[in-house]
Design a protein around this ligand. Sequence first.
Ligand code: SF4
Length: 369
Amino acid sequence: MCAAWAAGEPQGSGGPDDWHWQLRHSARTAKALGAALALTQLEQQGALAAERGGLPIAVTPYYLALCDPRDEHCPIRRQVVPTARENEPNVGDSCDPLAEETHTPAAHLVRRYRDRALLLATDRCATYCRFCTRRRRVGRGPGARSVTELRPALDYLGDHPEIRELIISGGDPLVQSTERLRGLLEQVRMRTNVGVIRLATRVPVVLPQRVTAELICALRAYHPLWVMTHFNHPKELTRQAREACRLLVDGGFPVNNQTVLLRGINDDARVLAALFRGLVETRVRPYYLLQADCACGMGHLRTPMQVGVAVMDELQGQLSGIAMPKLMVDAPCGLGKVPVGRDYVVARGAGVTRLQTPGGEQVEYFDPA
Ligand code: SF4
């Protein structure tokens, strides 16, 4: 593949298969959304409000084509079309629900764990998700940060060799030129002790055309590189999205998926079972099912905590172990991730534990003498 690219294999057609074309033709206004979808009054108001400030609108033509133009409840449409309900306040809402701004030891770097850090390399995304937890920062800044702007963060990483994993996020790090991304990865490899780099990206979902042979060739020089992506619904597992994942996996990038649990979109065991099975068949590991963060503007998309627990309980035993993600809450105030779930232990005695199976039977497990 790399040889073909080096020999001048054309990348992108300048048409819908070209990721630049997709970005150039994205819907970014209420008018553009209205031309493609029959917007409700709430959606129209939400889109006009998004134009005036806050999280902007951007939907690639590819992803827009997955939206049902007549159904306001379409699970794809609800992820990207604003609604006036984003302006309703909710208990616990915060503009910075994970306290990232107070865990920033250097510009554009967030550190909440001893051995991991998060680099916010850009504020741009291919498509702005209405459930974005980082809506305070994405969409309206100067775009991808240069290596010079990221130098204090790189210096900090160099001074802290105990940081072994770096998550490069944003925004979406793959919505920048391959050359710029390569320059950043080179600096991380040269100046820090980071072992594993994770790229947090929604590109395979909303802009699969971005995953080209050129990108794979450029990135594989910096292995071990993992890709963390973000499929939320089985409708997103299109032929193009599966092909993007195939290219990544064949290029040696382990691909993990974090699904956000979203009200009326995927808070249903049948929907999630189809998604998780489809991911495994695509060689993408369902890694986390995330309880939505308490970010301002997304209260209408959050589910009560018990919904996720009940859904996982229903899936337990139905799906194989490799298709079962962990249900996680990213604790408010930046206190880190907390696994949640039903307790299958019903009683503990001296040397014996009583378990309840997902099928409802009870059984005793004896400790060794
Ligand atoms: S791609 Fe990620 S950072 Fe960008 S809007 Fe969606 S959730 Fe937020």
